[in-house]
Design a protein around this ligand. Structure first.
Ligand code: SF4
Length: 320
């Protein structure tokens, strides 16, 4: 990797080209843009925001910013070069500590491990912000940027609607709203050392069997739901539809109607709050239909039909 200090700074269109002419805001913006460009060009896997935080917290950066407005032309050029040098060093000596840049939280919410059950039982993580990804569902790996299908179920913290970002990530402050009680995966997520997360992934994941171990009836009903309304059966029907088998359309609508009835009937009978249905039965199949390029719409008379998805009904697969 070429040290940052050896790379010439490229002038930005419409901005002053010489450090001597920059005010503090322009210095800050040009430096960040310069770093972002390097990260893009060299496809550096560490989040750029993390390095920005590391450098911005360094005494060199703070001193340059504090003195910038009093510096003359040559001195500004010298200090701009020093700043690039410092950035290069930070890239080569990534501090083994979380800079709380929020990039992990933007890329996805955590999958829960068995050890996180205590957080839920003690009310430190709210149950209604957790949902289930059932076996067979597609998941996206935020760090490998790959799609795969789950061979076993997982439980996760919710994402924000239509996004991958964790529901507990606060944009206004770039902070985690449950930082002291964040799940194990968040604590192991170390962008400077992926082995911590890999070690954790060998520990048992939390499943509904752990959560509802004492409620045998519910375990039986969840197994029945998995058997009758699996993601695999939805996928098979959509594959047949894509291959021209129009009879698959009725099958899909029948499956969606059956599942809808199953969830809501049992929800009412067992007094499961609506916001916990995704935890007990996983995301509804209707919510997953956009993965196949369709969406479910309800006619005024209450009948449901499938229409091509115009991109508004986002069903981003959960992260693994
Ligand atoms: S729980 Fe907190 S630390 Fe974990 S991904 Fe969400 S916002 Fe980030």
């Amino acid at each position: 990797m070429t040290p940052l200090s050896e790379r010439p700074h490229e002038a930005q269109p419409g901005k002053p080209s010489f450090p001597a002419d920059w005010d503090i805001d322009t210095l800050r913006v040009n430096w960040r843009e310069h770093l972002e460009r390097i990260f893009r060009d060299e496809e550096i896997p560490i989040p750029v925001k993390r390095v920005i935080r590391q450098v911005e917290g360094s005494p060199v950066y703070q001193e340059i910013l504090a003195r910038w407005k009093d510096m003359k032309g040559d001195e500004r050029l010298k200090n701009w070069k020093l700043l690039l040098e410092q950035s290069g060093k930070s890239l080569e000596e990534i501090l083994p500590a979380c800079m709380m840049c929020g990039e992990c939280c933007r890329r996805g919410s955590p999958t829960l491990q068995l050890e996180d059950l205590e957080l839920l039982k003690e009310g430190r993580l709210p149950w209604d912000q957790v949902y289930t990804l059932r076996r067979g569902q597609p998941v996206h790996s935020p760090f490998k940027n790959e799609l795969s299908f789950l061979v076993d179920e997982r439980m996760k913290v919710r994402e924000k609607p239509g996004a991958r970002e964790c529901v507990f990530f606060d944009h206004a402050t770039d902070q985690c709203l449950v930082y002291a009680d964040r799940p194990a995966q968040c604590r192991a997520q170390a962008c400077w050392d992926p082995t911590m997360a890999e070690d954790l992934s060998r520990q048992p994941y939390l499943t509904r069997r752990d959560v509802f171990a004492d409620v045998e009836l519910l375990l039986d009903l969840m197994a029945e739901h998995d058997r009758r309304c699996s993601f695999d059966s939805l996928k098979e029907a959509f594959d047949r539809l894509a291959a021209g088998g129009t009879e698959a359309l009725d099958e899909i609508l029948g499956l969606l109607a059956y599942e809808d009835h199953f969830r809501h009937f049992l929800g009412e009978q067992l007094k499961i709050p609506d916001e916990s249905l995704d935890l007990v039965f996983g995301k509804s199949l209707a919510d997953l239909v956009p993965l196949f390029g369709f969406q479910v719409v309800e006619e005024p008379d209450g009948t449901r039909c499938l229409v091509p998805d115009n991109g508004e009904a986002s069903a981003a697969p959960g992260n693994d």
